[in-house]
Design a protein around this ligand. Structure first.
Ligand code: FCB
Length: 467
């Protein structure tokens, strides 16, 4: 596995790709029969998105997909993770397909195939058809069934062209940001709606997985955003360890355990779990479908230490575990991105080890990893995003080390192929390895794109620091 010049090599056949999501890049919000999604509604309501930005135009990739696929090919990328907009192919979230919507995805898939790029398709990256939200949204059990119908429809129409299906992207974010705290569509602040959403998303995942398999789909998995819960320093006082277990259950276990083991995590406080009345007999078996892989999105860890929640120090916050004498904190020595997210490549290594302990041998894919930075076009016309190069270097090293140490990591998708609509932050936060000038839609590969392209070509990552 060790490549020339001390670089760390990846196994043959390692899948190198980039990722995007429909609402963040497509634009074309209401053409060719597309129905509105909750994100169309949410972004158009004043005050929800920074600067009043919407996804109406975004990267205009609905029209420019050929250029975008050519860009990936020029970088040597071998895989593309994108999402299907549910209301583009089923405008109201139920009933017959909108043929023009399917035609678009078929054309995109053909274009990818023509360039030798394998498609990983996410069915749900947050753009619920507004009509289903009007009928109650994810807190209503029936939405899980509609999601399975939509999955079957996509697999029947597009399955021959898709290598890998992902049912849901980050259900944790949908439940918490969308239904509990309201920063994301549909903007609700309702604990019981959030708890029901958690269960119905998971049920939707199980039913959709069955539907995809019945339609002959190739590989099926789910993408979870996972956060290693870290404790620095020597020793781990009992209450910090107790808080670690609860925090892990709340943030990761709530999704990971039902999917992998068919149960909700015992350490999670009951009021954060779906109420037993919502969990029908057999639901957890339905949720616990055999998977071909698990998609892991990694951005940031959560740190815990002993502290006083009633007397918080610099960089400390209350612990969501509620355990007395413990606080969450953000170590001052770690870099933060422009999102305020901690940069911690060791956290990725730990996370991969942890997940592979829980799912021995299950192929893992990093389906998102990346960072926001203050990118700009310099007078030479270049975008020299050294922070992102450093970030990718250290995180890819963490991946290579994890593989060396036995983790079955099968691929990596950088978030994101290009700058795009970053949800509540609009276009202010840039995550792309390709810069987008939104006024002209000009694409400029950043230094990180050239770096990543070199890694893909060599199937190896240079060492960023002595190991
Ligand atoms: C993830 C989302 C993705 C993107 C990144 C930065 O939570 O899945 O769409 O916004 O964060």
């Amino acid at each position: 596995m060790s490549a020339a010049n001390g670089a760390l090599g990846f196994p043959d056949g390692f899948v190198w790709g980039s990722a995007t999501a429909a609402y963040q890049i497509e634009g074309a919000a209401d053409i060719d029969g597309k129905g509105p999604s909750v994100w169309d509604t949410f972004s158009h309501a004043p005050g929800n998105v920074r600067g009043g930005d919407t996804g109406d135009i975004a990267c205009d990739s609905y029209r420019r997909y050929r250029e975008d696929v050519a860009l990936m090919a020029s970088l040597g990328l071998k895989a593309y993770r994108f999402s299907i907009s549910w209301p583009r192919v089923q405008p109201g979230g139920r009933g017959p397909a909108n043929q023009k919507g399917l035609d678009y995805y078929r054309a995109l898939l053909d274009e990818l195939a023509g360039h030798g790029i394998a498609a990983t398709v996410t069915l749900y990256h947050w753009d619920l058809p507004q009509e289903l939200q009007d009928a109650g949204g994810w807190p209503v059990r029936e939405v899980a069934e509609r999601f399975a119908d939509y999955a079957a429809l996509c697999a029947q129409a597009l399955g021959d062209r898709v290598t890998r299906w992902i049912t849901l992207n980050e259900p944790q974010v949908v439940a918490n940001n969308g239904y509990r705290h309201g920063q994301h569509a549909p903007g609700l602040k309702d604990d019981s709606a959030a708890a029901a959403t958690t269960h119905h998303l998971l049920l939707g995942h199980g039913l959709a997985t069955q539907a995809l398999r019945a339609a002959g789909a190739a590989e099926v998995g789910i993408t979870l955003d996972l956060h290693p819960i870290r404790v620095l320093g020597d020793g781990r006082p009992g209450d910090v360890e107790a808080a670690r277990v609860i925090t892990d259950a709340l943030v990761n276990g709530i999704y990971l355990e039902p999917v992998l083991h068919g149960r909700y995590p015992a350490p999670a406080p009951a009021d954060m779990l779906p109420p037993p009345a919502l969990v029908a007999d057999g639901d957890l078996t339905t949720i616990n479908q055999p998977l071909d892989f698990l998609g892991v999105n990694y951005y940031s860890p959560i740190f815990l230490r002993a502290g006083d929640p009633a007397d918080l120090r610099r960089n400390e916050e209350r612990s969501r575990s509620g355990v007395p004498g413990v606080v969450e904190y953000r170590p001052g020595e770690l870099e933060r991105t422009t999102m305020g997210w901690l940069v911690d490549a060791d956290g990725l290594y730990d996370l991969l080890q942890e997940v592979s302990k829980q799912a021995p041998g299950l192929p893992l894919y990093i389906t998102e990893n990346g960072r926001a930075a203050e990118d700009y076009v310099n007078p030479q016309g270049q975008v020299d995003d050294i922070e992102r190069v450093r970030y990718l270097n250290s995180h890819l090293e963490a991946c290579a080390r994890a593989i060396r140490d036995g983790v079955s990591l099968a691929g990596y998708f950088v978030w994101s192929l290009m700058d795009n609509f970053e949800w509540a932050w609009g276009y202010q936060k840039r995550f792309g390895i390709v810069y987008v000038d939104f006024g002209t839609q000009r694409r400029i590969p950043k230094s990180s794109a050239h770096f990543y392209s070199e890694v893909v070509r060599a199937n190896a990552v240079p060492r960023s620091a002595p190991a």
